[in-house]
Structures are given as structure tokens and as C-alpha cells.
Ligand binder design. Sequence first.
Ligand code: NAD
Ligand code: WQD
Length: 342
Amino acid sequence: MSKKILVTGGTGYIGSHTVVELQKSGYDVVVVDNLSNSSIEVLDNIEEITGKKPHFEKFDLAERDKTDNFFKQHPNIDAVIHFAASKAVGESVEKPLLYYRNNLVSLINLMECQIKYNVPNIVFSSSCTVYGQPEKLPVTETTPRKDAESPYGNTKRVNEDILHDTISANPNLRGIALRYFNPIGAHPSALIGELPLGIPQNLVPFITQTAAGIREELKVFGDDYDTPDGSAIRDYINVVDLAKAHVVAIERLLNGKNRQNYEVFNLGTGRGVSVLEMVKGFEKVTGVKLQYKIVDRRAGDIEKIWADTTYANEELGWKAEEGLEETLHSAWNWEKRIRGIQ
Ligand code: NAD
Ligand code: WQD
């Protein structure tokens, strides 16, 4: 019998790509999402890619009774991948309680139910945001975490602590926190991808919307950083590569290959790319000229960060495969499909 995986936030950006990879690997997937930042049609598009529509239930994981009822109705879940969270950094500064409630209470509810209904395994979406601006690059998993720049970032840090402490106190539980660097791109089919609500805050959706004529021009936030071209550097990871890492993490837990009950892995490419390199790369691969201008630095931004991927490569046996140009191309194909551009 195939193993059953609960994917919370499974109609979202990274979740939907992960559902596809799980199904392709033979897992039976159940998606829970409250559709606060995604739409139900994503399920049809997943079905178009894999031939199978995942079982779906719509509810808010911050509601304890509903979460409990879900686990009662699904007694045979083998593992949870917990993507569901609010993720807009700026909004979290304006509405901290919304972020603390949604992101902390959801994980607490889930883990209480895991203990109650004996679901031992959890993979959690963490973020390189927990490192802040590191003193030394690249960043390894043992690089010290910093005080968060935003309530959102703080929820990731506290969630990691909740996982660590709960797993320490419950020897039957096992968990892996995956610290994503900057996920970008879309499925090569262009059937699923990132759909930001309103004005995109992240670089690549802003680039593709500018190229599509929805935004007038891209603002490049700062060209006076201590980097080769003066613009800020990040480690941009293809979303399908990222999704595949979740399948590997699930297999590690289900096969008891984990070395400790709680483990942490960085998921990046190991390569730092500047904002201006992203702009040039996008123009080169798509042939579209981007309108952009240099403006002041964005408050709260860090200068540069990229991952040391040695531990994920050697211990998980996972490596980012897709090149940056193919990834930018996939982001553009997705934008074109949803806007009806030929
Ligand atoms: P997303 O917003 O596309 O997906 C999250 C999904 O969770 C959405 O479909 C939303 O409707 C759902 N959701 C939110 N709160 C919920 C709740 N209380 N109950 C049920 N469903 C709920 O975001 P994403 O980019 O796919 O991110 C997935 C995870 O990865 C998040 O935890 C995010 O913090 C983390 N992460 C994302 C990035 C990034 O740049 N995208 C980077 C690092 C970490
Ligand atoms: C990348 C670079 C910007 C938009 C954020 C969160 C982080 C993580 C990923 C979840 C930066 C520059 C951007 C624009 C620009 N999320 N930029 N013009 O800031 O690395 O991380 O998303 O955990 O927590 O903070 O990603 O895509 O916003 O920015 O010049 O219009 O692009 O200044 O250097 P960031 P990003």
C-alpha cells in the first residue's frame, strides 16, 4: 500500500510542486489548505500533470477542532509536510499577531494531533531568513541563527524551536526542517507556478509581471552594496528541485535513515546571484527587454547570502540540478500562460 502524506498548504506555490513530485514517486497525497493564498483550480492543474487529483480538504489549521477532526477522519497518515503559513514579510510587520497566530498555532495544532493520533513524521518549511546577515559565507546548517528582522522571520525561528523541543520530549516523533533559500520558477508544464496576490514583493514575480506589461518598471533596491556589481546577492533555487528535496526528506524519515530525531538542512544551489545578474539573465533567456531603475535599498534587506549545500548533497543525497536560465525561462512561461501571452 502506498504511504499517505498530508501536505498542508498543498495548493500553494511550493506545496503544489511538491504534491506533483510526491504523486510521481507513488505517494498517496492528502492536501489541506484554507485557500487564503491559493486557489482550488490548482488541484485540476496538478491532475493534468500527474493524472491524479489529490484528496483535498479546506479548513484553517489554526482551528484546533477542525484539525483534530481531520486526523480522526484520516487515521492512516504516515507523514506531514507542513507548508501552510502566511509569508509576506512586510505584512507581518503591520499585522504581527496575524502572523504569530497563523504560523505558530497551526504548527502547535498539527503537532498536538500528531502526538494524539500517532503520526510520527513531519517535514517543515523553514527559511534562510533565520540566518539574517551571516558573518561568514556560505552558510552552513551550524551557522548561528540571528534575531529575526520581521515577525514572519521570527515565526520561522520559533517554529524551529517548537519542532526541536517537541521532538526532544516525544521520542516517537521525527522531524526535518528544510531551510529554503530563494525559491523561484515554475513547473516545466507551466500548469502550476507562483501566483502572488496584489503587487509582488519578491524579485522574480516582479520581473515577470514587468515583462508582461503589468508593472511599469522593476525597482532594483540598491546598487551600493559590497558586492561585485553593487546589487544584493541571493541563492535562487528552482521550485521543482526544491519540491524533490521534500520527497527525499520524506523517504529519509519513512525509512528511518535520519541520524537524529530532529534534523535541519539548507536547500539552495550554493551559488550567489546578484539582482542585476538576474535582470540580465532574464533578458538573455527570454529576449525581453526589462524596464528597470536603481532605487534606494529596501529597509530590512540583507546584503548577501548563499548556502553551503554540502550537508544536503552528502547526507540527503539531494542536489539542485536546474540551471538559472532554465529556471527563469520556466517563470516566464508560467507568467505568459496565466496572462494569455503568446
Ligand atoms: P504560499 O502562500 O503559496 O502557500 C502557502 C499555502 O498555505 C497557501 O495555499 C495558503 O492558502 C495556505 N495556508 C496559509 N495559512 C493556512 C492555514 N492556517 N490553514 C490552512 N492553509 C493555510 O507560500 P509558499 O511560497 O508555497 O510557501 C510555503 C512555505 O514555505 C511557507 O511556510 C513559507 O513560509 C515557506 N517559505 C517560502 C519561501 C518563499 O520564498 N516562497 C521561502 C522560505 C520559506
Ligand atoms: C530578492 C532580492 C531585493 C524585489 C524574502 C523574504 C525571505 C524569504 C524569501 C520566506 C533582494 C531585490 C526584490 C524588487 C528588488 N521568504 N528586489 N526589486 O528579500 O531575499 O527574501 O523572500 O521565508 O524571508 O525576506 O527575496 O525576492 O524579495 O528579494 O531589487 O522589486 O531582490 O532587494 O535583494 P528576499 P526577494
